[in-house]
Each structure stands twice: as C-alpha cells, then as structure tokens.
Design a protein around this ligand. Structure first.
Ligand code: AMP
Ligand code: MN
Ligand code: MN
Ligand code: MN
Length: 277
C-alpha cells in the first residue's frame, strides 16, 4: 500500500491557525498517513499532536523548522524525527525565540515610525503560541485595516525594503544541522525554490549543507510549482540528497494549500522515508 506523507506543517504553537489536535485530526480526514508537525523554532505542539495521532491511528513524525541565516539569506531547515526533549536542541531553539522577541520589538518600532501604532501588542494577541512571527504582525495589520489579506500585507509591509521588515539573526547552517542530528533527527532544506537563489548560490548552499551533515531536500512543496519540483528533484539526485515532501500547511485560511495535497514526487528521487520502518 502506498502511504500519503506530509512532512511539513504548522500549528498554533508557531504561526499556524489550528491547535496541534485540530491539525492532526484534519490530516487524518484528508487521508494523510504520516504527518510531521514542524513548527518554527519550537516543539511545544508535539506532545498534544502525538497523543491525538495515537488515538486516530496516524503516524506523527516529531519535527521542527529552524530559522537559519546563511550568507545573509534566511533559510529554513526542517528537522524530522527529532527527540523533542534533547537539551542542545531545546537550548538552541530557545535562543532563536529570544531573537524573535527582539526582532518583534524592532518591527513594531519601525511600523510605529511609519504611523502604525500598537503593532507589538496586536501581533502578540494573535500569537497565542510560543513564538512571535511576521505572520502574527500580518494578521494584526489585516485586522487593523492596513491591507486586504495576509499576502498583500507581506508585499506592502513585511518584506525587504518595506517599513516592517527587519532581517532576523538566526542560527548558522552548521548549528541548525548539529542540533537536529544531535537530537537523532534528519536535516532537510525546506522549500528550496522559495529563496530565489542563483544556480551557483543554490549549489553552494547544498554543498555546505551536505558537509554539515544535512541529508534531505524538500523537493515537493506547495510553495513549488511542477517545474520547480522537477528542478529540485534533479538537484536532490545530483547532490545525493533524500527527497522530502510537505504541504507547509498553516491553516484553512490558506485556501491554496491543504494537508496531504501536493505535486507528485519526481520518479528519480529517493524519498526520505525509504529507510523508515
Ligand atoms: P518569520 O519566520 O517570523 O520571519 O515569518 C515567516 C513566515 O511568514 C513564514 O513561515 C510564512 O508562514 C509567512 N510568510 C512569509 N512570506 C509570506 C508571504 N509572502 N505571504 C504569506 N505568508 C508569508
Ligand atoms: Mn510560517
Ligand atoms: Mn518555511
Ligand atoms: Mn513552514
């Protein structure tokens, strides 16, 4: 029997809108057999998600999505199959959340300088979980009437050269991979086509990632179109990286993404789950 894998998703513990229990329940209804919960820089949702998964008969892979700064570019590295109690991993993630808190204050100050008051408190109200992210600022700005939806608000306020953009200072690539592998997990570069790196830079990233002990590339993602999936499949093969697939689901308001729904894995790829039992 072929199983349906979705190895990238978010709950309210980071910037998703469903609780871990709601997320796992929805995954089951959508026909997902193996789900990884990969919240940004936090593992707090994994206990509830794991309990719900057991009760519904779905396999939950404990995961995380770590924010990394590599050559001044923010890269996301997924950890799959981590021990959520590993001390070094938890210590690293808690430092990243401190950076998030500091960045949030600067974002709010920049927004205030351009006439938008109350953004920190507003974003915190949306961040019911353990981290504060740009998504929470986006929800605040939409609710306050500054933009019509979250996509629009990112474009106008929260990306490079816009008033609410502040570059994060995240973990190094080597640190992130070390935390993940030290916690027994597999490190995977998330949505590689999203970074808009030149071919040369992408090769350089994949080389550095492999040297650090990374083993996977998220070839299939709902942020990739079919030609990007095919291209990333070729990179995975060339760099001998195992291929992963994930919807990067954040909640039902993102009508273009759904748990378990994504393009097919290119045939040449070796799936990351090939050695899982
Ligand atoms: P942060 O890690 O706090 O910088 O926030 C990054 C998160 O914002 C990503 O994980 C996405 O969930 C979300 N995001 C980034 N860019 C966009 C975009 N253009 N439209 C909607 N959401 C976005
Ligand atoms: Mn997110
Ligand atoms: Mn990401
Ligand atoms: Mn994600």
């Amino acid at each position: 029997m072929t199983l349906t894998y979705d190895l990238h998703s978010h709950s309210r513990a980071s910037d998703g809108s469903l609780t871990p229990t709601e997320l796992v329940t929805r995954a089951k209804l959508q026909g997902v057999d193996v789900l990884a919960l990969t919240d940004h820089d936090v593992v707090d949702g994994l206990v509830d998600a794991g309990q719900t998964a057991i009760s519904l008969g779905l396999k939950l892979i404990p995961g995380v999505e770590i924010s990394v700064t590599w050559n001044n570019v923010t890269i996301h590295v997924l950890g799959l199959g981590i021990d959520r109690e590993n001390e070094c991993l938890l210590q690293g993630l808690s430092e990243l959340r401190r950076c998030r808190d500091q960045r949030a204050e600067i974002i709010a100050k920049r927004l205030a300088d351009s006439g938008i008051d109350g953004a920190l408190e507003g974003a915190k109200n949306f961040a019911s979980g353990a981290i504060i992210s740009r998504t929470h600022f986006a929800h605040f700005l939409v609710r306050a009437g500054y933009a019509k939806n979250v996509r629009d608000v990112f474009k106008r306020f929260l990306v490079k050269n816009k008033p609410g953009y502040v570059a994060g200072k995240w973990a190094s690539l080597e640190q992130a991979v070390e935390w993940i592998t030290g916690a027994g997990g597999q490190a995977v570069i998330a949505h590689p086509a999203r970074y808009k790196l030149s071919a040369t830079k992408l090769r350089c990233l994949l080389e550095a990632f492999r040297l650090s002990g990374g083993i996977g590339l998220e070839v299939v993602s709902s942020s990739h179109n079919e030609s990007e999936c095919a291209l990333m499949g070729r990179y995975a093969t060339q760099f001998e990286l195992l291929a992963s697939c994930g919807s990067d689901y954040h909640g039902p308001e993102q009508t273009w993404a759904e748990l378990g729904r994504m393009p097919a894995m290119p045939e040449e790829c070796i799936p990351i789950w090939c050695q899982w039992n």
